[in-house]
Design a protein around this ligand. Structure first.
Ligand code: GTP
Ligand code: MG
Length: 217
């Protein structure tokens, strides 16, 4: 597409997963890896594959995404994980929905490619949060793990969370601002490499769910 979105990849120690993640992105789209204080060679691997890299030493998914958004100069911005778990083939249709004015925010809904890629505790916590969002009128079945929107609009939305509450706060603010949200299925597979940090453990899931539940009080 003309004027493709900048793809922002928040990355904490994703050196093992990045080659596959980057290879699966739409060809010709600009890519920005936000290195969130990695102790592995995330930045070197990203640069070697042709991605631009910025560093954000303050830990947290939201801190990394925010830094990527601030560095962006494109009309549209796409955000997804740097672990290769989300199918980037969904991005062109998502970006087109926003570029054509059919949606203000295009989000993906994870569809696991096989049992086991999405542990029961993570899936249950996610389903509960999505149900709360639908009660508030948001047409979603996931918490926007992959998304595309206008850069300026995202900046003006002013999401404050710098941890794992970021996507949920974004959805809440978008809903309150009357944004039209389009959700599409996105294949969800095991991370391409490296170690699971959140959903791979009950402890990680509880931490993420706590970050998010605070926003819904
Ligand atoms: N856990 C964690 N991830 C971060 C942080 N900053 C950026 N990230 C990136 O945010 C994305 C989502 O994190 P993941 O660890 O994949 O979270 P998840 O998908 O719930 O869990 P697993 O894939 O099972 O580890 C990945 O690309 C991470 O590298 C951070 O401070 N903590
Ligand atoms: Mg992951």
């Amino acid at each position: 597409m003309d004027n493709p979105p900048l793809i922002v990849l928040p990355c904490l120690d994703e050196a093992d997963a990045l080659p596959a993640t980057l290879a699966a992105l739409p060809v010709g789209w600009p890519v920005l890896v936000v290195d969130n204080g990695s102790t592995d060679d995330t930045a070197g691997v990203a640069r070697a594959a042709g991605a631009q890299v910025v560093r954000e030493p303050r830990r947290g998914y939201g801190a990394a995404v925010h830094t990527g958004l601030m560095a962006a100069t494109t009309e549209l911005v796409a955000v997804l994980d740097g672990d290769g778990s989300l199918d980037a083939a969904a991005l062109p249709a998502m970006a087109a929905a926003v570029a054509d004015g059919r949606a203000d925010l295009a989000v993906g809904r994870r569809v696991p490619v096989s049992a086991g890629v999405w542990p029961w505790h993570a899936r249950a916590g996610n389903a509960a949060l999505a149900a709360l969002l639908r009660r508030r009128g948001l047409p979603v079945h996931d918490i926007a793990p992959i998304r595309v929107a206008g850069r300026r609009a995202l900046v003006e939305l002013g999401v404050l969370d710098r941890a794992f509450g970021y996507p949920l706060e974004l959805l809440l603010r978008a809903g309150a601002a009357g944004w039209r949200i389009a959700e599409t299925p996105v294949a969800y597979r095991a991370r391409a490499g490296g170690r699971s940090k959140v959903s791979g453990s009950v402890r990680g899931t509880l931490r993420a769910t706590r970050d998010m539940a605070g926003l819904l009080r």
